[in-house]
Design a protein around this ligand. Structure first.
Ligand SMILES: CC(C)(COP(=O)(O)OP(=O)(O)OC[C@H]1O[C@@H](n2cnc3c(N)ncnc32)[C@H](O)[C@@H]1OP(=O)(O)O)[C@@H](O)C(=O)NCCC(=O)NCCS
Length: 141
């Protein structure tokens, strides 16, 4: 198992299956996917994509410069795949000179992000049709 940078097409099938299974495949194409600063992380084993995460430059909701994490998904939860993708992505943001990483976190994923040093910075809000979210952020050293 290894984490690598890939083009968006590689991670969209997993993104769709895990995050948008009840929506058309087009919903797995996110705005900014192909922007020059965007990068996509895949955790791979052989030809399989085990986890994915995408990062693009977007200010935090309060306007601070930052990197937004989107499309965090694992093919098989609880085996460390998601952690491998996220850890690799955070290191890549750091390598690119970024310090603030933020995301709209689904409530069930909050403990996962907390374990990776993220803190909740907003009240709960709804993103239809997905559900309740909070904003979380991590300031990198
Ligand atoms: C959130 C998500 C991406 C985490 O990915 P994951 O592959 O399950 O992540 P990990 O396996 O690294 O960690 C998950 C749990 O497994 C445990 N774990 C970590 N490594 C492990 C290992 N090698 N063996 C067994 N368990 C392990 C951890 O204790 C962790 O617990 P936590 O959730 O309380 O932090 C995944 O659960 C997922 O795809 N969820 C559905 C989509 C989703 O909600 N995405 C986030 C949108 S904001």
């Amino acid at each position: 198992m290894s984490a690598v940078l890939v083009v968006a097409e590689v991670i969209r099938p997993l993104r769709w299956r895990v995050l948008r299974p009840d929506q058309p495949f087009a919903e797995a194409v996110y705005p900014g996917d192909d922007a020059p600063d965007t990068f996509h992380v895949a955790v791979r084993s052989g030809g399989d994509v085990l986890a994915c995460a995408s990062f693009h430059r977007e200010p935090a909701p309060d306007g601070r410069e930052g990197w937004r994490l989107r499309g965090m998904a694992s093919a098989t939860p609880g085996r460390g795949y998601g952690s491998t993708a996220l850890t690799f992505g955070l290191a890549e943001v750091q390598r690119r000179g970024g310090r603030l990483v933020w995301c709209n976190a689904r409530l069930p994923a909050v403990p996962f992000y907390q374990r990776h040093g993220f803190t909740v910075t907003s009240a709960e809000f709804e993103i239809p049709p997905i559900g309740r979210h909070v904003v979380m952020e991590r300031v990198l050293p």
